[in-house]
Structure formats: C-alpha cells, structure tokens
Design a protein. Structure first.
Length: 254
C-alpha cells in the first residue's frame, strides 16, 4: 500500500509539472498578449506526436503507421516536438493574427483544433490515426534499467528540470521590455501601435513562444505515457488550462 500511494503521488507530481508548463505557455499567449488561443491543446498534441515519431523507429509493424521514424534519443525528440509546435503556431499566426482580432480569432482557433483533430484521427499514415502512437521509448529507460513501476520517480526530475528552465525564460519575458510591450498591446493594440509598437509582430512572437511551451509539455507527456492518441487532447483540456491560468492570475508568472 505505501508503494502504491507513493506511485500515485509521483504520477500526480509529473502531471502537475506538465500542466505548469502548459499554463506558463498560455500565460504568455493569453495572459500577456491577450490572444484567445482556444486551440492551445493542439500545439501540445503536435509536440507530442512529433516527439514520438522522432524517437520511434520507422513503422514496419502491420497495422501501425506513422511518418518519419527517426529513431533519435532524448533530448533531441523534445527539441523536435517544441520546434514542430512553434512552426505550426507561426503558420497559423501568420494567417489568423494578421487578419483577425478578438472573438473572431478565438472562433478561428477553435476551428483549427477541429480540423487538426479530424485530420489526425482519420489519416492513419500520419500518427496511426485514432489508435495513435504507442510504445514510445522513455528517456534513459534502456540505460538505467529501471522497473517500469518505478520509472515515474526517474521522470520527475526530468520534468522538473524542463519546468525550471522554461519558468526562468517566462520570468525574463515578463520582466523585459518585450513583456511590457505585450501587456500594452493586450490592453489597447491601437494605442500601442500609435506609440510605435509593432503589435502584429509582438502578438505573433508571443503565440510562437507559447506554442513552444506547449510542444515541450506534449513531448514530456508522450515520453511519460509512451503513447498519444486523439482522445488525449480534447478541447476541454484547453478549458482546464485556461481555468488554471485565470485562477493563478492572468499575466503573472508567480
């Protein structure tokens, strides 16, 4: 019983660290820049999927299909997941943020989640369709030879290190002139533009940074669970992250 309780608490700790990462990223996108990114969980999923196909070997098992299959190790898969989420955020932002504002932008981003979820679920050749990726190797699993039931205790410092690094980055962003410009843009983009701030570029940069955070969190999720499927990134997850951000204080790192 004590071991079961420790395992349960350790699992909660891992999810706590991952959701802290997600909330930090959304705090930059929504809390500082004011972008209603209701597709936020999409970037977490893309980070997870691309980290998964980066670490998995090429698919050669009947019934299992995925792209790439680079067979890389940690932390390269983490970086690829972050990069994939950031690039996707950049591409969407170039279209949406430049042309749409406020509530209409939120609706467009909900549509982005719907389209991405549908394509990922129904295209087996991308990330194995509705079944998703399975059997993703965990960081240092082979080198350490840890019992699967005890691996959660190894993963806690990995997730904590990622959170510590990205927390420091978020803190620097909040205190920087860039962060102050983001908050000015959030409050009144027209006034910020009148004072010479390039508001579209500021908001686009904030969205990309937030997406990178989501990609790292997604990569950690698939590395911890060894699996990812469309059922794991329903839009209600975005609502949960928004709730955590609002309760914790919008625009504040602490």
């Amino acid at each position: 019983m004590p071991h079961d309780l420790n395992y349960y608490l350790a699992t909660l700790a891992v999810y706590f660290l991952i959701y802290c990462l997600l909330t930090l990223g959304l705090n930059i996108t929504f809390g500082m820049a004011g972008i209603f990114d209701f597709s936020y969980i999409t970037f977490m999923a893309m980070g997870a999927y691309f980290a998964g196909v980066a670490v998995l070997p090429p698919s050669n098992v009947p019934g299992l299909q995925w792209i790439l299959g680079l067979n890389l190790g940690f932390p390269l898969d983490l970086l690829i997941g972050a990069l994939a989420a950031g690039v996707l955020g950049l591409l969407i932002g170039l279209v949406a943020i430049r042309r749409i504002r406020s509530d209409y932008l939120a609706m467009v981003l909900v549509a982005v989640w719907t389209i991405t979820w549908g394509v990922t679920s129904n295209t087996v050749g991308l990330f194995n369709g509705q079944q998703g990726l399975i059997g993703v190797p965990q960081p240092f699993e082979a080198q350490l030879g840890v019992n699967p039931n005890d691996y959660v205790f190894v993963f806690i410092p990995i997730a904590a290190a990622a959170l510590a690094i990205l927390f420091a980055v978020a803190y620097c962003v909040e205190r920087s002139p860039f962060g102050r410009a983001l908050r000015a843009t959030r409050e009144d983009a027209d006034v910020a533009a009148a004072f010479g701030k390039r508001t579209v570029r500021l908001r686009l940069t904030a969205m990309v940074i937030g997406c990178v955070y989501a990609g790292v969190a997604g990569a950690l999720t698939i590395e911890f669970l060894s699996a990812m499927s469309p059922n794991a990134w329903a839009i209600v997850e975005t609502v949960i992250i928004f709730s955590a951000l609002i309760v914790g204080g919008r625009g504040n790192v602490f």
